[in-house]
Ligand binder design. Structure first.
Ligand code: ATP
Ligand code: MG
Length: 352
C-alpha cells in the first residue's frame, strides 16, 4: 500500500517523561530524508499518565480517532508506569496496541562494529507477541485458608500464536541468515507454551504457504537457557519469537548487550498499522536535563519506515546513527559521552 502515497501522515504521541524529549528527534530525522519518503506530515496527539493525573483520561478518544482515520503510522515516546495500582488508570500503550490490533512487538538489537565492514557481534530481532499471555491482566486476590492468594490467567491462543509466528517467519525470511528460534517453556507449561510452540512450528505447513518458508531454519529453546545463551553467545541468534512475557524480558536483556536502553528501537506492528516506540521508558531520573539519548527514538522512526516498505529512507537513518556511534565524539552520557540530546540530534540530521 506504499505506492500510492504522496504524503505520509505520522501521529506523534510523546507521552510522559523523556518521551517528550526524544520524539522531536525522530521527527527531525524523518524531515531530513527529503524525497526518499513521501512528504511527512505530523499530527501531535495526547496520551500518558501525566495527562491522566491532569484530566482523568490517559488515552483520549480523539487520539484513537485521529490515528485510526487519518494516520498512516505513528511514533510513541514513553509512558511512566505508576508503581502502585491507581484507580481508573490503565496503560495507554496497552490500550493502543489493542485498539489498533498491533499484535507484534518487533525489536532489533544490533551492536555497532568498530569498522563498517565488520560484522556486528550482536545482530538479532526479538519478535514478541503483544496481545495476550499474562498481560491479559486477569488477576484476582482471594483469601484462602493460609492468607492471601493471588492468581493470574495466562492466555495463549492458536490465532495469536499463528499470526506472530507468521510475522516471525516473514522477518526471518528477509534476513541474510534466515534463522528462527522459538522461545518457550513447554517442558513445564506444556498446555500454554506447548500450544505456542506447536502453532509457530506449524506455520510453514499452513495452507497457502506453499514452501515459502522452506529456507528458514527453525530452532527452539527453553526460555531460561535462552537468556543464559543470549548473554554467553548472542551471535547464535538471528530472529527470536516468544510469547508476551518472555519476549518482554528477553528484549530488555538483549538491549543490555548493546550498551544502553537508549539505543534500542521497536515497532508495534499489525496488519494495518505500525507504531514506532523506543524500548526505554520515561526515565524520570534524567528528565529535564537535556541528556536523554535520542538514538532509540530515531531508530524507531527508521524501523517504522522499514515496516512500511521505505527501505532506502530507513537505511539512511540507520547509517547516520551507526556513524555517530562509531565515531564516538557526539554521544549522550549513557554511552559515556558528554553531549546533550540536541547535539546528538543535530549530528545525526547533518549526516542524513
Ligand atoms: P518507566 O516506568 O517509564 O519504565 P523506568 O524508571 O523504568 O521508567 P526506563 O526509562 O525504563 O526507566 O530506564 C531505565 C534506566 O535507563 C534509567 O536509569 C534511565 O535513565 C536509563 N535510560 C532509559 N532511557 C534512556 C535514554 N533514552 N537515554 C539515557 N538513559 C536512558
Ligand atoms: Mg522501565
Amino acid at each position: 500500500a506504499t505506492a500510492a502515497r504522496t504524503s505520509l501522515k505520522v501521529g506523534l504521541i510523546p507521552g510522559d517523561g523523556i518521551g517528550r524529549e526524544v520524539i522531536p528527534a525522530a521527527k527531525a530525522a524523518l524531515l531530513a530524508l527529503g524525497s526518499d519518503i513521501p512528504k511527512p506530515e505530523f499530527v501531535d496527539l495526547l496520551a500518558g499518565f501525566e495527562l491522566f493525573t491532569r484530566t482523568g483520561t490517559a488515552l483520549p478518544e480523539e487520539t484513537i480517532r485521529v490515528l485510526e482515520e487519518e494516520c498512516d503510522c505513528a511514533l510513541f515516546g514513553a509512558v511512566s508506569s505508576p508503581t502502585r495500582r491507581v484507580a481508573g488508570y490503565s496503560s495507554p500503550i496497552v490500550a493502543l496496541r489493542k485498539k489498533l490490533d498491533l499484535y507484534a512487538n518487533v525489536r532489533p538489537v544490533v551492536s555497532v562494529a568498530a569498522n563498517p565492514e565488520d560484522k556486528p557481534s550482536v545482530d538479532l530481532v526479538v519478535v514478541r507477541e503483544n496481545t495476550e499471555c499474562l498481560y491479559v491482566k486477569q488477576e484476582e486476590l482471594t483469601i484462602g485458608e493460609h492468607g492471601k492468594e493471588a492468581r493470574a490467567i495466562r492466555l495463549i491462543t492458536e490465532r495469536a500464536s499463528r499470526r506472530i509466528g507468521q510475522m516471525a517467519f516473514e522477518i526471518a525470511l528477509g534476513r541474510p541468515r534466515k534463522h528462527l528460534t522459538i522461545i518457550h517453556k513447554s517442558n513445564v507449561l506444556s498446555t500454554t507454551d506447548g500450544l505456542f510452540r506447536e502453532t509457530v512450528r506449524g506455520v510453514p505447513s499452513l495452507p497457502g504457504v506453499n514452501g515459502k518458508y522452506d529456507g528458514v531454519e527453525v530452532a527452539e529453546q527453553i526460555v531460561d537457557s535462552a537468556v543464559y545463551r543470549l548473554f554467553r553467545e548472542p551471535q547464535i541468534y538471528d530472529v527470536m519469537v516468544a510469547p508476551n512475557l518472555y519476549g518482554d524480558i528477553i528484549s530488555d536483556a538483549a538491549a543490555a548487550l548493546v550498551g544502553s536502553l537508549g539505543l534500542v528501537p521497536s515497532v508495534n506492528a499489525g496488519d494495518k498499522f505500525v507504531m514506532g516506540e523506543p524500548v526505554h521508558g520515561s526515565a524520570p531520573d534524567i528528565l529535564g536535563q537535556g541528556i536523554a539519548n535520542p538514538l532509540a527514538s530515531i531508530r524507531s522512526a527508521a524501523l517504522m519506515l522499514r515496516h512500511l516498505g521505505y527501505t532506502k529512507g530507513a537505511d539512511r537513518i540507520d547509517k547516520a546513527v551507526d556513524e555517530v556511534i562509531r565515531e564516538g565524539k557526539v554521544l549522550t552520557p549513557d554511552l559515556g559521552g558528554k553531549s546533550g540530546t540536541k547535539e546528538v540530534v543535530d549530528e545525526v540530521v547533518k549526516r542524513i
